[in-house]
Design a binder for this molecule. Structure first.
Ligand SMILES: Cc1cc2nc3c(=O)[nH]c(=O)nc-3n(C[C@H](O)[C@H](O)[C@H](O)COP(=O)(O)OP(=O)(O)OC[C@H]3O[C@@H](n4cnc5c(N)ncnc54)[C@H](O)[C@@H]3O)c2cc1C
Length: 450
């Protein structure tokens, strides 16, 4: 255990980031107080479920992209947390077939191994391993031609660039909102996206690139375990305490001002961490030097008459639609936040426009015919829909704010920012969150050692 005895640490915001950081620092021997406007050691995930669309109110783990295994590393040190908190996950997204070239993306070898292991009998396993290997080493052209009938390609330039759309989508995979147990994937579906390397396929150790956190284990086991360790290590909790503002000199934050009129006077060797979503962060400290990211996501849900056997997701950077999640009986559509949702009689025209766009996008990129799944309300050419005031799972970074993250400097020497919007090298998500916890811990260790 390190022996930092000088200053005190005040962590504002006891979500996953603040709780994880405060616990590590308390275990390092720092005098830590964790403040939350509600109750620390809860997750926005749990609270967000209250505003989540109906089809998303499930305890299904969601996929995220964590090539360095930072989330698993954090929890690996604690034996009380089941290792199945972080599971290997399977990702099938934006598959194209039919008239367009399929995109071929390299997925993690964990999936290939799982697929092989599922086959019954040696011959079936060997055959699957052989076809995966063959697919991996086939030329780009023959992989494409082997997948679709010849002569059916469109002349669309974009369609003929294999994989471009999907590789972009991988960058924001943290947001992919579905997961699918391997046994429910059809071989054809998986076969189209898997291109494992033979060496990786047979290597003994592998880290899955795609993972999923089990929300039940997180909420019922991991967060209470963090709380217990925090308290055992001498940490203090101040629940129902909302930060209103920070007073400062030009170099140092000097006072924390809370909404209940209480105040903490900081000594120069005290540190403050703001572990808040950018929206409440900017509300509390407007001069932080960044613009708030929207905390809500404009979402529509269209009712469909036939459920999706295989959930799918499409992430787009579009004037109208930001993402489409085909989720059971709903088509969940995240709208571009710049879009103006009318509140007059033109609302049905608006819905029609969104629906038409989804039909087109799903046809182009998911090979899905939405029209056959829809049951249009009488007199309308779009299905029933509703708007959902949904909390965004991860900060909705505008391109400007995402670019700004590279230059973002907290305004005072004793102030640190922690959370999934801050590590510039990651898209917001769990991997970004735990990377930030790791980075801020190092910065604090340097601060307290001086
Ligand atoms: C519907 C939904 C589903 C999700 N699903 C998943 C999933 O499947 N997998 C996954 O990995 N992630 C998921 N997430 C995202 C996950 O919840 C977040 O990544 C994570 O909770 C972020 O943690 P954080 O500590 O950065 O922020 P938060 O959890 O938002 O914590 C910030 C804390 O600060 C407190 N606070 C705010 N303002 C103040 C103030 N002025 N003073 C004091 N305290 C304040 C808040 O009460 C809050 O507790 C989901 C989120 C939602 C909403």
């Amino acid at each position: 255990m390190a022996s930092f005895t000088s200053g005190r640490l005040h962590v504002i915001g006891g979500g996953l980031a603040g709780s994880a950081l405060a616990t590590l620092m308390a275990e390092d021997g720092i005098d830590v107080t964790l403040y939350d406007e509600a109750e620390p050691f809860e997750s926005r995930w749990t609270r967000g479920m209250q505003t989540a669309p109906e089809s998303h109110k499930t305890a299904e783990p969601e996929i995220f992209h964590d090539p360095d295994g930072v989330v698993a590393d954090y929890f690996a040190r604690w034996p009380e947390i089941p290792t199945k908190l972080i599971r290997p996950a399977h990702c099938v997204m934006g598959l194209k077939r039919g008239r367009r070239k399929p995109a071929i993306i390299t997925l993690d070898q964990g999936i290939s191994r799982a697929l092989i292991a599922r086959r019954l009998g040696f011959i079936a396993r060997a055959y699957t391993a052989f076809s995966l290997w063959q697919n991996r080493y086939a030329s780009e052209e023959s992989r494409v031609e082997g997948t679709i009938a010849s002569g059916m390609l469109e002349s669309d330039e974009q369609a003929n660039v294999p994989g471009t759309y999907h590789r972009d989508a991988l960058a924001v995979l943290a947001e992919v909102l579905f997961s699918m147990p391997a046994h429910r994937c059809s071989k054809a579906l998986l076969g189209r996206v898997m291109t494992p390397k033979a060496s990786k396929l047979f290597s003994k150790s592998h880290e899955p690139v795609f993972s999923a956190i089990d929300p039940i284990i997180l909420n019922d086991i991991a967060l209470p375990a963090l709380r217990e360790r925090f308290i055992t290590s001498g940490g203090s909790i101040k629940a129902n305490t909302k930060l209103g503002d920070i007073d400062s000199t030009s170099d140092y934050a000097t006072d924390l001002l809370f909404d209940d009129d209480s105040q903490i006077v900081l000594k120069p060797n005290d540190a403050v961490v703001l572990a808040l979503h950018p929206k409440p962060l900017c509300d509390a400290v407007p001069d932080i030097g960044m613009t708030p990211a929207p905390a809500k996501r404009q979402t529509m849900a269209f009712e469909l008459k036939r459920p999706f056997a295989e959930p799918r997701c499409l992430l787009v950077s579009d004037d109208i639609v930001r993402a489409i999640y085909c989720n059971r009986r709903h088509l969940q559509v995240s709208l571009n936040s710049g879009l103006h949702i009318p509140n007059d009689g033109t609302i049905d025209q608006f819905a029609h426009r969104i629906w038409q766009r989804c039909v087109w996008l799903c046809d182009q990129y998911l090979n899905l015919d939405l029209q056959v799944r829809s049951e249009n309300a009488e007199g309308f050419d779009h299905p029933n829909y509703r708007f959902i005031d949904a909390e965004a799972p991860f900060p909705e970074l505008s391109p400007g704010l995402a670019a700004l993250r590279h230059r973002l400097q907290p305004p005072w020497k004793n102030l640190f920012l922690c959370g999934d919007s801050f590590p510039a090298e990651h898209a917001p998500g769990p991997a970004a969150l735990f990377t930030s916890v790791k980075q801020v811990r190092q910065q604090l260790q340097a601060f307290f050692s001086n």
